[in-house]
Design a protein around this ligand. Structure first.
Ligand SMILES: Nc1ncnc2c1ncn2[C@@H]1O[C@H](COP(=O)(O)OP(=O)(O)OP(=O)(O)O)[C@@H](O)[C@H]1O
Length: 293
């Protein structure tokens, strides 16, 4: 379990994170999204014990983040992976496993198993000669050498091609299925939507909306109804021999039925569509900028 209680970080006069509070249950995936400079990395670094909060507290895996023992149960993936370019992937990963006192044979098996799952070849290649995607896979493997219960990933797939990105997102989802508790930040809302149990939307250092997707959709999204009819009604579009009218309320669905019947036809189907996380995000951002005048 992870809990953040009123976390705040100031840099001089500037408040980078303000009053951040949330909890993440064991085995859940929690996504933090927001524009550049929103305070995502600062929040994650405070959770990982790499940055002292100006005020507020956080607990990760049963430890206060100020306790160094916490790091044995934590895997942190920074936005930019600081890898030792002249080491090979295997020697680098063994070196980190050693720092965590993982016995040699266990470490070797764990490292190869993770690299197998991530489909990383050329493990004896120097890290400096690896592609960006390969380096990211090495960094992810590094975050797992101590078999931690909690993973904190800052933009795990940033700057990678779509195929590698999918690979890494699916791998992260698999880690959650294996029981890891994961907090990660991302710009790509589709990824967050596809694997997160709960989401926090940050802007200017504050969490401005949070919840599971259904809660966010209820609070900030819209439901649209796609009404399919046998005859043309106003604002409908012809599609595969039938007509589709998109409306935003049940009253408008009833009105469509009346219009169709008046024209001698009927309603064949009604489908509902909920806002995507991206639409929710844009609605939240827009209402915030309006309220700020
Ligand atoms: N060491 C620092 N000194 C002063 N300001 C800082 C420092 N580190 C971060 N900031 C500022 O704090 C704010 C939040 O930064 P942070 O890196 O947490 O944002 P982010 O949401 O992760 O952004 P991005 O999506 O671009 O990675 C930014 O305005 C940043 O310039």
């Amino acid at each position: 379990m992870i809990s953040a209680d009123d976390l705040r970080k100031e840099y001089g006069d500037f408040v980078a994170v303000e009053g951040s509070s949330f909890t993440v249950d064991d085995g859940d995936v929690f996504g933090i999204v927001g524009p550049n400079g929103a305070g995502k990395t600062t929040t994650l670094k405070m959770l990982a014990g790499l940055l002292d909060p100006t005020s507020g507290t956080a607990q990760v895996a049963g430890y206060d983040t100020a306790e160094t023992e916490m790091r044995n149960d934590l895997g942190f993936l920074p936005e930019e992976s600081p890898l030792y370019e002249e080491m090979t992937a295997l020697s680098y990963l063994s070196f980190f496993a050693d720092l965590y006192d993982v016995p040699g044979a266990v470490a070797e098996e764990r490292i190869h198993e993770t690299l197998d799952k991530l489909d990383l070849e050329h493990r004896e290649r120097q890290i400096g000669d690896m592609s960006k995607g390969m380096k990211r896979k090495v960094a992810i493997t590094r975050s797992l050498v101590n078999d931690p219960d909690v993973l904190i990933y800052d933009e795990p797939a940033s700057g990678l091609d779509p195929l590698t990105t999918n690979y890494i997102i699916e791998f992260t989802e698999q880690l959650a299925k294996e029981g890891k508790t994961i907090v990660f930040s991302a710009h790509n809302l589709f990824h967050v939507e596809s694997i997160c149990d709960r989401v926090a939307i940050m802007a200017d250092g504050e969490i401005i909306a949070r919840g599971d997707l259904a809660e966010l959709q209820d609070a900030h999204g819209e439901t649209t109804y796609h009404v399919y009819t046998t005859v043309e009604v106003s604002d409908s579009v012809r599609e595969n021999g039938q007509y589709r009218r998109i409306v935003e309320s049940m009253d408008a669905v009833d009105e469509t039925r009346t219009l169709a019947e008046e024209a001698g036809g009927d309603v064949i189907d009604i489908r509902t569509e909920e806002s995507s996380l991206e639409e929710v995000f844009l609605n939240v951002a827009e209402s915030r900028s309006h309220s700020e005048g």
